[in-house]
Write a protein that binds this ligand. Structure first.
Ligand SMILES: Nc1ncnc2c1ncn2[C@@H]1O[C@H](COP(=O)(O)OP(=O)(O)O)[C@@H](O)[C@H]1O
Ligand SMILES: [Mg+2]
Length: 403
């Protein structure tokens, strides 16, 4: 192993630093621009009485946005902005959330004694002591089970909005709307800038790759970058994961340019070692020979979806027929769909609606691209069929949205 700064090990380490599939971005050097969402937040930050709600699917970049926003604002020399972030839990109450906030803010009296954190007015009073502009991020709000906590938070937004306080709240969570995140609190909506966080565009995903490879002194073939972007389906996690493994492979091979074969190897590695693999296996395992769970789940992944990620049994049929190489009718796979939305198969699909009109979606958005990758590396479909099914899915559906 060479110890010179550009030795193999150092280059390998730089790839690992540049790609972070398992952690939100913290460093603006790694940040792929999300202009719309950043500008919406900036507007809210500089407008009196406005606070921010960021919502969207898991894994689309909400926490990353919350992390880099204060840094982007400092870099733009707009003003200096203190920021704290608290991750909420299932057991949190209104008071426990605010105790954590005050601990992060270094205001221990409120944090330790627990006094003055029990109602919105008390919070406003405490926050009145802040001397610098401060962004207070309450992340993972969807986990909070206590409805009272959410209504009290809504009231807090309202009272902070009515008074001049140096704090902006940023409420963040997995949800399809502000109402789904906070509950129905009409009066609070006008105090909240609503920032829906969609999946990433192809340009944004490509930016992750060019930034990451650039930091690791690698270049990337256009076809290789495209392949990763397509596989990621708008989810930055997969751009990081495949960028990481493809970059590592190029470095191990002593090449400065990442090519399509590196990406193919990266897919194989991603499928072998991904934490979601056990979810996939539970969903598709069966002791019976010739069972179709793998094929049906794959066809679900390729089913055209509406903008919320939903599909029906009828949307699965065509892809399944192609995968099987013979016409398939709904009764031959209805049982599989049903089982996918049961405990036995890990509830990989969520089922909505009533009998005969069921709609389904993937519970974990990461599973859909994973199923496609796993099926390809396992030989359930070849490259040619993969491309054809992918093209058809994309031509029939809008951009993927909340699923
Ligand atoms: N703008 C971005 N630029 C680069 N990588 C990003 C960006 N946004 C998110 N990521 C990456 O995507 C993954 C998921 O991001 P995260 O912020 O944790 O999503 P969420 O909070 O919505 O679940 C992480 O690996 C993170 O590093
Ligand atoms: Mg998050």
């Amino acid at each position: 192993m060479g110890d010179e700064p550009n030795g193999k090990m150092a280059r390998y380490a730089r790839v690992a630093l540049a790609f972070t599939p398992a952690a939100p971005i913290d460093d603006t050097a790694l940040w792929a621009e999300r202009e719309t969402q950043v500008f919406q937040c900036v507007e809210a930050l500089f407008q009196k009485g406005l606070h921010i709600a960021v919502y969207g699917e898991r894994g689309v970049g909400k926490t990353s946005l919350a992390n880099v926003l204060p840094k982007l604002i400092e870099q733009a020399r707009l003003q200096s902005l203190d920021a704290v972030r608290v991750d909420c839990n299932t057991n949190d109450t209104f008071s426990s959330i605010w105790r954590s906030v005050f601990r992060e803010l270094g205001m221990p009296d409120a944090a330790e004694e627990g006094r003055g954190v029990s109602d919105p007015e008390a919070i406003r009073f405490r926050l009145g002591a802040l001397e610098r502009r401060t962004l207070i991020v309450l992340d993972e709000l969807d986990r909070v089970a206590d409805d009272d906590a959410l209504s009290l938070l809504a009231d807090t937004v309202k009272t902070l909005s009515d008074h001049a306080v140096e704090a902006t709240l940023m409420l963040v969570g997995v949800a399809s709307s502000v109402e789904a995140l906070l509950g129905e609190h009409e009066s609070v909506v006008r105090c909240l800038a609503q920032v829906p966080m969609p999946r990433m565009s192809e340009t944004e995903l490509a930016a992750i790759l060019s930034k990451g490879f650039g930091l690791a002194d690698l270049t990337v073939e256009e076809a290789a970058s495209q392949r990763i972007v397509r596989l990621a389906e708008g989810l930055p996690h997969f751009a990081h994961l495949l960028g990481l493994h493809a970059g590592e492979h190029a470095v191990m091979d002593d090449r400065p340019r990442v090519d399509e074969d590196d990406v193919r190897r990266a897919e194989e590695k991603a499928v072998r070692s991904h934490s979601i693999l056990s979810e996939y296996q539970q969903a598709t395992h069966s002791p019976q020979p010739d069972h179709l769970f793998g094929q049906v789940l794959l066809a679900c992944a390729f089913a055209p979806k509406n903008e919320l990620g939903y599909f029906r049994a009828g949307d699965v049929r065509e892809a399944l027929s192609d995968v099987m190489g013979r016409p398939m009718q709904i009764p031959s796979f209805a049982r599989h769909l049903n089982e996918f939305s049961s405990d036995k198969r890990g509830n990989v699909l969520v089922k909505h609606g009533d009998k005969r009109r069921y709609t389904y979606r993937f519970r974990n958005p990461l599973l859909q691209p994973f199923v496609k990758m796993a099926s390809r590396t396992k030989g359930l479909i070849n490259d040619e069929l993969y491309q054809r099914l992918q093209a058809r899915q994309l031509s029939r559906q809008g951009t993927p949205g909340f699923s």
